[in-house]
Design a protein around this ligand. Sequence first.
Ligand code: NAD
Length: 263
Amino acid sequence: MSTVSIDLSGRTAVVTGGTSGIGLATACALAQSEAQVFVGDLELRDDATDKLDSLGIRAAVCDVRDLDQLRSLVDGAANDSGRLDILVNNAGINMSGQIDSISEEDWDACLDTNLKAVFFGCKFALPHLRAVGGGSIINTASNAGLLPRAHDPVYSTSKLALVGLTKSLALCHGPDRIRVNCVCPGPVGDTEMINRDLRQHHDPEEAARQFIQASPIARASDRMIRPDEVAQAILYLASDAACMVTGTAIAIDGGKSLGVPPQ
Ligand code: NAD
């Protein structure tokens, strides 16, 4: 794939959920554009750390639901590199199931990860972004943040609220020259989230085919969207090329959220 040519030298970025899927692809894309990158994740997987190490990306264990750990990740990156310019709130979990089967624990796990941690990640980053005269926050929302789905009301709620939070913060912090945008991908192959989902189907190949069918461009290309294709949009939003872009929710879904596709 041809990639967007962006120069982020001298900039520092933090990516949450950065050792897998979209977060890993984003951390790599930012580092390849010369940003100094710090990632936090629940665990540091060996296959990811090799890749991160090779690009000089620093990785730390960080559970974004633990606000002390989240603050340490953000402050640590700013203190080590002397600045913070970009925050990618990417960590997220799926939550399928109807209201009858959802426990309070499920609700908290999903909303704490997908929404509360994003709010507090932004709160912790703001002083650092203001100190450098502005910056860019990118939240990984979802297709479900544009159109709710019947099979996952809790996940859909978390992502719809995340799109709302993105727009609200964009409005509040425009005067600080802090841009806040989100990407709404899906479905994205080569991610643990989708792989886990596929493993739960009795016919994973058929389930993958249905994901592809639901998105007109994925269908025409006969493949799922890839993590690096989401990362390229995040890279653009992080860069000065998007200096007047704020409060947007960019769908990276091959047209899935547009309506009923042609049969
Ligand atoms: P993934 O499972 O490969 O990556 C998610 C990462 O977040 C993992 O590394 C995981 O360890 C981390 N994470 C989860 N909970 C965390 C926590 N409490 N603290 C820190 N890290 C945590 O899946 P992905 O698809 O790359 O997911 C990234 C984001 O993309 C998520 O916000 C997800 O909701 C969103 N998304 C994914 C798809 C898709 O089809 N894969 C579609 C739309 C949106």
